[in-house]
Design a protein around this ligand. Sequence first.
Ligand SMILES: *Cc1c(COP(=O)(O)O)cnc(C)c1O
Length: 339
Amino acid sequence: MTIDYRSDTFTRPTPGMLQAMAEAETGDDVFGEDPSVNRLEAMMAEFFGKAAGLYCPSGTMSNQVAIKAHTLPGDEVICGHQAHVYIYEGGGIAFNAGAQVHPIHGERGMINAAEVAAAINPDDVHKARTSLVCLENTSNRGGGCCYDWEEMVKIKSICEEHKLALHLDGARLFNALIATRQDPKAYGGVFDTISVCLNKGMGCPMGSVLLGSEAFIREARRIRKKFGGGLRQAGYMAATGIYALENHLQRLEQDHIHAKQIANALLEKTFTGHMLPVETNILIFEVIGSWNPISFAEHLIREGIKVMPISSTQVRMVTHLDITPEMVARTCEVIEGMA
Ligand SMILES: *Cc1c(COP(=O)(O)O)cnc(C)c1O
């Protein structure tokens, strides 16, 4: 048995999810005729208080479609210097949208209203036109931390004042909702667009949904087609999203409990250096003293446990649907046994 904490993208469809796929009603989604895709898009839009949704193969595509739709070439996008859209999407902002990034520092991947205000360019021919602000919630490189509601509202009012669009990379927005008990519909009021992954904690094999106004999603659908993301019988996959919404949302709480249990075991050990506060399903911690991230990961592999070194000093572990309480107990035992 391997216990894989490298990412919450490693989940396999459950028997219930496979059955939902087998029974899915499908059609050609490029023609708008896949009932399962249409239903998933409508369910997600309703859940987050937006008018319309667009099913995309990946979170990267839904972010990139949104950024392309919100900007013109030469524009500037404000986001955190550790934002997924900036550091993990292959330079897509430049490649797909021809826009440039104004990265700001923030803390644990979260940026604040004052920094956003300071980063907006004046109306000056020397400067790129600032047109979009992107937030990420939960923040991946921030160790799965969750934005304060008030900070997001403040950023929204700055965006309104300067006529900037506000996009949320909500790859793990469901984790944030479960951890903070924030109202999903209120998100629709603050953000112009939201991308939400189904292929992470929700346990689907693929897929993300981009949410926005009717007019925005109509344009986004055209861009998705240009990106090669118009799928035919995508309903087999969308059915996994519907199944996950109905069955896997509340259980995210369990992943968060597991992450805290592992954190507690690690914090007992002298080889655990600074650990980012564990708010959801991600642990990011320094490995110091007699171990380093590579030797630590190699030791755990011999015990059947996979973790991910993410820098010369840090390791990341992520809990998810395929991690059971027994696996967490075993992991804590192995950690306790390490000198
Ligand atoms: C995983 C992730 C994405 C992109 O998701 P893919 O479906 O893997 O393309 C976007 N943003 C964040 C914060 C992520 O963690």
